[in-house]
Design a protein around this ligand. Sequence first.
Ligand SMILES: [Zn+2]
Length: 327
Amino acid sequence: MRVHRVILALAAAVLAWSGGVAAADTAPPLKVVATTGMIADTARAIGGSAVTVTALMGEGVDPHLYKASPGDVRVMTGAGLLLWNGLHLEGRLGDAITKLGSRVPVVCVTDSMPQDQLLRSAGAGSAPDPHVWFDLALWRFACERIRDAIIERKPDAADEVRERCAAHLALLDTAARHVQAVVASIPAERRLLVTAHDAFGYFGRANGISVRGIQGLSTDSEASLREVNALIDVIVERKVPAVFIESSVPRKAVEALVEGCSARGHAVTIGGELLSDAIGAAGTEQGTHVGMVVHDAEVIARALGGNAPARPAVLAAWLDVAGGRAP
Ligand SMILES: [Zn+2]
């Protein structure tokens, strides 16, 4: 009888214990909503199973011109953590996010970046360049900000999230070195990157290539004829072999530039499509932040006469998984 009672007590204890474990295991992941694919991908890489991540802007979407739909507002309102780029990247969507700030936990992933590392187009007083994801060393600050924001709301996952973040920072270092080597393979006199808008300032600074965009830092204003003609002068003078379209910007302006150069007797080709303000399709390597930067560097190098050296093994393996070529 006594033994029976002990067994019953033990069974009850085991049930209570397993119930407790089950509750911890099934604790719902943190609902993260990110404005851009670059931020969403980084949050997925760092958050792992502790988060579910939704990106508001998909493949080919221009963040400068994006307006929040009623559906977006519902998704943002239901977020456990809302991540955005700030620095005026999101244009009107940024206004909507600022208004939500009192109701939803909102974190701006660029707000811990040192001010003196931000690029400004015209002197210290002007607005900073928002395209910070193209400087993989500077993007560390975004990773750490995302890590801390997840841990604050999901302390039970702190160890996993810290480990994943450290691994991701190591990957960014490897990718940064590879991208530098890729750009360095372009003959020095050909290191001029001409694109649809000024998204590649940080890419240029990090990798030693001059950059010129037809439109400015945002796509919300048209380039003047005078500016386009000045750019044609530079391309003709420096015999630039290729210019580039961007997946999130209409290609018309770049095609007009090619025609303008042709009329001046200089044949310039479209060297490929770059991913500037939006990552590529889900399930491809370009559908990740690291993959987009590597893809762009390799497309640019090949079109400008470089040879794009082989990817380091660690990076190649990671991109194979991202691109669905390896489990
Ligand atoms: Zn842009």
